[in-house]
Ligand binder design. Structure first.
Ligand SMILES: *Cc1c(COP(=O)(O)O)cnc(C)c1O
Length: 415
């Protein structure tokens, strides 16, 4: 490491201390919630062994649902290895809650890319649209709810579900706090108590003391290879919310009539339990890495979002790198700092559903797990890297320093 890089690192570490204290305090609070949930459900060794076949009377699976519900402060939950991803969890929720003739209304603009086929914005086979379910979105301009438009649409009784994406995902927008989501939910429910409000909670879990369901959202969903799996879950997703929503979704997750009674958990349960126990701590490691990254890159003149000291409601950090070379150098540095495939150099490639080439760095133990240190970005101005994760802050810091070194190599003027 050059003296210049050592100095940037030291300054960034100093600048992090206050944010780190607040991250530690949230992690402490959430760890207590999770421990209380384990204790209330009297989790024992017997719960950690999964089931086979139909998975009837799988006490570990049923108790884990209750542990999630308890820690997330809602009535009920479904946590399953059969949920293959966040997109699948969202799909189960949408198909579980909506019926032909109904409309869903997104009030945070366009949903996550992979939902375009699910909703039918792209002509995806088996989409909601094919089943006669409509989709309307209200732009999320300047990252604010358009309350007047929302109220106007609520007069339409066919609208049965309001969709809110908490995290900015890969968009240039603000991430919402759970409380803000709760506030808009209250406005909506005052006008239409019959409507369901759901939240795409991917990347949001344990970044704050409370989740959106605590503030009145009916249903939220997420992936176990992001925050809630704590870096240990090998696959899976969850849905959490009211009894009514969870029951409806259970018949879509498996079959009408069977619902939550069946689903073998194989070898997955122990990691799900231990991962959920670890999750508040693991999320804190990712948040610290994000804050550190923001401090490092801001100090050398790059635009970062969120700002180093602002409150965080998800684990994503963006850095506008300004040139294709810098974006590639950044992602290659993150890859070099990874425990797995550190020797591989990611290059931009075409990806289904994206207009521009995309570069992705992920040297992860679990394929594609973005709770582990990872970065990606589309090759278009302002050449923004979306960075998230790190199972340990130590490794996150080292990865960021590799990215910094790489950028200095191609970008001599910054030295
Ligand atoms: C990751 C993510 C999803 C779904 O992702 P999968 O890759 O299918 O797990 C949905 N919404 C947001 C905001 C996300 O970050």
């Amino acid at each position: 490491m050059t003296d210049k890089i050592k100095e940037i690192d030291a300054r960034a570490m100093d600048a992090c201390s206050e944010s780190f204290r607040s991250i530690d305090s949230i992690s402490h609070y959430c760890t207590e919630k999770v421990l209380n949930a384990f204790s209330e459900q009297r989790i024992s060794e017997a719960h950690l062994h999964g089931s086979t076949g139909y998975g009837y009377t799988d006490i570990g699976r049923d108790a884990l649902d209750k542990v999630y519900a308890c820690a997330f402060e809602c009535e009920d939950a479904l946590v399953r290895p059969q949920i293959i991803s966040g997109t699948h969890a969202l799909t189960i929720a949408l198909f579980g809650m909506l019926r032909p003739g109904d409309y869903m209304l997104s009030i945070t603009g366009s949903p996550y890319d992979t939902l375009y086929d699910v909703v039918g914005i792209n002509e995806g086979t088996g989409s909601l649209k094919e089943y006669g379910i409509g989709y309307i979105e209200i732009p999320f301009e300047n990252s604010e709810f358009d309350i007047e438009k929302i109220k106007e649409h609520l007069k339409n009784k066919s609208i049965k579900l309001i969709f809110i994406q908490k995290s900015k995902g890969y968009l240039n927008r603000r991430t919402l706090s759970s409380k803000e989501i709760g506030d808009i939910t209250k406005v909506i429910k005052d006008i239409r108590p019959d409507i369901y409000v759901m939240t795409d909670n991917c990347y949001g879990e344990f970044c704050e003391k409370h989740e959106p369901v605590y503030y009145g959202v009916d249903l939220m969903v997420g992936s176990l290879i992001k925050n809630a799996g704590g870096g240990l879950a090998k696959t899976g997703g969850y849905l959490a919310g009211t009894h009514e929503c969870i029951e409806r979704c259970s018949y879509r997750l498996t079959c009408p009539g069977i619902g939550r009674e069946s689903a073998a958990t194989g070898e997955y349960l122990k990691d799900f339990y231990q991962g959920f126990f670890m999750a508040p701590h693991t999320v804190a490691q990712a948040l610290k890495t994000a804050v550190y990254c923001a401090n490092v890159f801001k100090s050398i003149g790059y635009a970062v979002n969120p700002e180093p000291d602002s409150k965080r409601y998800d684990i994503i950090q963006t850095i506008a790198l300004g040139s294709p070379d810098a974006l590639i150098a950044f992602c290659q540095g993150i890859q070099q700092g990874a425990p797995i495939d550190s020797f591989a150099a990611p290059v931009p490639g075409d990806m289904a559903g994206y207009a521009d080439k995309v570069i992705m760095a992920a040297g992860t133990f679990v394929q594609g797990a973005s709770i582990e240190l990872s970065a990606d970005g589309p090759l278009r101005a302002p050449y923004t890297a979306f960075m998230q994760g790190a199972l340990t802050f130590e490794s996150g810091r080292l990865g960021i320093l590799k990215a910094l070194e790489n950028i200095f190599k191609i970008n001599g003027k910054s030295l």
